[in-house]
Design a protein around this ligand. Structure first.
Ligand SMILES: CC(C)(COP(=O)(O)OP(=O)(O)OC[C@H]1O[C@@H](n2cnc3c(N)ncnc32)[C@H](O)[C@@H]1OP(=O)(O)O)[C@@H](O)C(=O)NCCC(=O)NCCS
Length: 159
């Protein structure tokens, strides 16, 4: 029987005083760490393998996260290639115990599953079925196309 795989994961926790930046809010680098952690958990859950980050798309910070606020990270598989998993990550926050979550950040991050010799290994295919999954799948494919142009622009500055 086909295994029922979970294509999304949600983490909730409190931002701590040690997460602070020079302006008294949560440090952008900490947000990036949480994005990576949520996506890593989602990728490992999907592939049941060790995974590494191969690409992080443009991260846009919409609103600052306040220290002591409740943070919610949502990570969702939106596209799979042979060995890669494209994961949409959204970060939300709100005062603990009251109010509604506001979206702080969104990005798409790509993980690759690795075998015991650290070589890319095949991942189970993600087949979108709901309207939202189909839209997100289309979005991932569109971003992949756009990335080709970005990588071409960056090529002279990489080596
Ligand atoms: C991830 C890694 C193993 C891939 O190795 P590689 O030799 O480039 O492997 P491949 O060319 O076969 O690519 C593997 C997959 O990555 C994808 N990939 C490669 N570059 C990519 C990019 N810029 N954006 C999105 N996906 C990319 C490929 O499309 C492929 O996916 P697919 O099989 O679904 O088509 C290797 O680049 C690596 O170890 N990178 C460092 C990872 C790491 O340390 N991450 C932590 C951040 S410090």
């Amino acid at each position: 029987m086909e295994k029922d795989r979970h294509n999304h994961i949600e983490l909730q926790f409190l931002s701590e005083p040690s997460d602070v930046n020079f302006g008294g809010k949560v440090h952008g680098g900490m947000m990036m760490k949480w994005i990576d952690q949520a996506a890593y958990a989602c990728a490992v859950q999907w592939s049941e393998s060790y995974c590494v980050t191969v690409y992080v798309g443009g991260i846009r910070f919409y609103h600052p996260v306040h220290i002591g606020h409740l943070v919610k990270m949502e990570a969702r598989i939106i596209y799979t290639g042979n060995t890669s998993m494209h994961i949409a990550v959204d970060a939300f926050s709100k005062p603990v115990g009251k109010g509604n979550f506001v979206k702080n950040t969104h990005c798409v991050i790509v993980f690759v599953a690795l075998d015991s010799e650290n070589k890319p290994k095949e991942v189970p295919p993600f087949v979108p079925t709901t309207e939202k999954e189909l839209a997100m799948n289309h979005y991932a494919i569109k971003l992949m196309d756009l990335r080709k142009g970005i990588e071409e622009e960056m090529r002279p500055y990489i080596s």
